[in-house]
Design a protein around this ligand. Structure first.
Ligand SMILES: Nc1ncnc2c1ncn2[C@@H]1O[C@H](COP(=O)(O)OP(=O)(O)OP(=O)(O)O)[C@@H](O)[C@H]1O
Length: 492
């Protein structure tokens, strides 16, 4: 059995490393009758938000119902639960009949925004006759209205100091011996993610009576070895079916595997086969998105089929020789934790909307390119222009440029961008009847048409990626170029 489930805290007292949040949550519950507000628990994945919600309910003797915010059925269910409970509430005085709704992924309503998802959830939250606990990774990805309708409690990453004793305790309960250094290392590797640390510990304990410091390192190495073999099979030689079989031996989730394939496949594939393989990867990506939105892990299969059998089937001719495959780049890896993935996807969405390109072009080609050009805000003018065009907040600028969110540099860029946007709004108001902009809902854009790489990337149609080196080339070029040249015109 999964240790994270087996040892899931059953009472708030067992939640580690977030004492302040824990006390605030209890206080919220104890005073719920008076304020009747929902609460949102927010913070990185794996630090105990969902566990705290359930533990609280168990402490209070409340029944729970857990729903996913982006699921289209959620609204109906909440209405039913809230309605029913309201009725029974009149019969049973006191709290015995209380039900708490736990609403996961409250920051992931984008897919539903068009259909009024966020507004619908907000009004439910406001009207609910029962306590509601919302869970989010990124508080600021929630709509303004939804944020304002809730109290909020921040969960912080669980410090290494709090993780190690949990691991030690689990080892004792499971009768596994350990080196302190090994547990230290596991805690370190998982930087704040207690669930990740527990999962690593369990994986390492399998088939061993003792976890030594060496095992921790070996564990990592073995894992990578497996991926290289898998890549060799899928990219170089296997048919679809054989490729699928190889994927059963890899110790990586499809979420991680797609990054490995995406970064290494273009080293061997070219032309038409590359384009077809990219299509399969986009399909896989969509299935991964569905898993994230619904937590329905059976979809992983479809993601796996697309990225494995699909990529193998796209190959037109056998690939010989030896290729230097490498671990996923910084940019692909960023997708690994839900927090950063949300930020990355938010920016990609802004780029896609403003530039009329697909999300995947925005994410895989334009975003890395912008990042190189604005690294540490070195090209300030461009960074301001980008911030204005895509209407980015400080945290997004920080994400793209690598400069700290709270630094003066980033803050002043956001302010200047705001000013720039206002100036342009005034200019544009003057030319509101200008047909040249008719139907262009995006931020003002002079639409220069020279052949700069950034321009090409920003205009790039999705199907263009027949030459998979495009993105790399564009990035290299930007690196080598004088930054003030490339792409600037597009924002100005
Ligand atoms: N603070 C904590 N104290 C004790 N156990 C924890 C804590 N955080 C995580 N865990 C362990 O990790 C598992 C998963 O945690 P949980 O699902 O509550 O995290 P989460 O913050 O809600 O993550 P996500 O945002 O991904 O849902 C729990 O079942 C428990 O075993």
């Amino acid at each position: 059995m999964d240790w994270t489930e087996k040892y899931r805290p059953s009472s708030l007292a067992e939640i580690r490393g977030n004492d302040k949040a824990r006390d605030a949550l209890r206080e919220w519950a104890d005073t719920w009758e008076d304020h009747r507000e929902a609460v949102v628990l927010h913070g990185s994945p794996g630090i105990g938000k969902t566990s705290a919600a359930h533990a609280l309910a168990s402490d209070e003797g409340w029944a729970t119902i857990e729903l996913n915010a982006s699921d289209s059925r959620t609204k109906d269910v909440i209405e039913r639960v809230a309605g029913e409970a309201a009725k029974s509430g009149t019969l049973t005085a006191g709290e015995a009949g209380r039900r708490v709704v736990i609403l996961d992924e409250a920051d992931n309503l984008h897919g539903n925004v068009d259909r009024g998802g966020s507004a619908a959830i907000t009004s439910l939250v406001k009207e609910a006759s029962q306590p509601m606990i919302l869970i989010a990774n990124e508080f600021y990805d929630m709509s303004n209205g939804l944020r304002n309708a809730c109290q909020d409690i921040e969960f912080r990453d669980v410090s290494k100091r709090s993780i190690v004793p949990v691991l030690r305790d689990l080892c004792r309960k499971e009768g596994v011996e350990y080196d302190d250094a090994a547990l230290d290392q596991i805690a370190e590797m998982n930087s704040g993610d207690l669930r990740g640390a527990i999962k690593d510990l369990q994986a390492m304990a399998e088939g061993r009576d003792r976890i030594g410091a060496d095992d921790v390192v070996t564990g990592e190495r073995d894992k990578t070895e497996g991926v290289f073999n898998y890549l060799d099979t899928v990219i170089k030689e296997a048919g679809a079916e054989e490729a699928l079989k190889a994927s059963y031996d890899v110790d990586e989730t499809p979420d991680d595997l797609i990054n490995w394939i995406e970064d290494n496949m273009p080293k061997d594939y070219e032309g038409e086969e590359l384009a077809v393989a990219y299509d399969f990867l986009s399909n896989a990506d969509r299935w991964l998105g569905r898993v994230r939105a619904t937590q329905n892990y059976t979809f992983w299969r479809y993601a796996g089929d697309n990225m494995t059998a699909g990529v193998a089937a796209a190959r037109r001719e056998p690939k010989g020789g030896w290729t230097r495959y490498g671990p996923p780049s910084y940019w692909s890896k960023l997708g690994r934790s839900r927090g950063t993935r949300n930020k990355r996807d938010y920016i990609a969405r802004r780029i896609a909307e403003a530039g009329g390109v697909s999300m995947s072009t925005a994410r895989r080609e334009i975003l890395p390119h912008l990042s190189v050009m604005t690294h540490h805000c070195k090209n300030r003018e461009l960074t301001v222009a980008m911030t204005a065009k895509y209407e980015l907040e400080a945290k997004h600028v920080s994400f793209i440029t690598g400069s700290g969110e709270d630094t003066n540099k980033v803050q002043s860029i956001v302010e200047d961008a705001e000013r720039l946007r206002e100036e342009r709004a005034v200019e544009n108001a003057g030319g509101a009847f200008d047909n040249a902009h008719a139907g262009d809902g995006a931020a003002p854009d002079s639409g220069s048409d020279d052949g700069e790489p950034a321009q090409a990337a920003l205009d790039g149609a999705d199907g263009e990626s027949a030459d998979g080196d495009d993105a790399d080339e564009a990035t290299d070029e930007a690196d080598a170029d004088d930054d003030s040249q490339s792409g600037l015109t597009d924002f100005m």
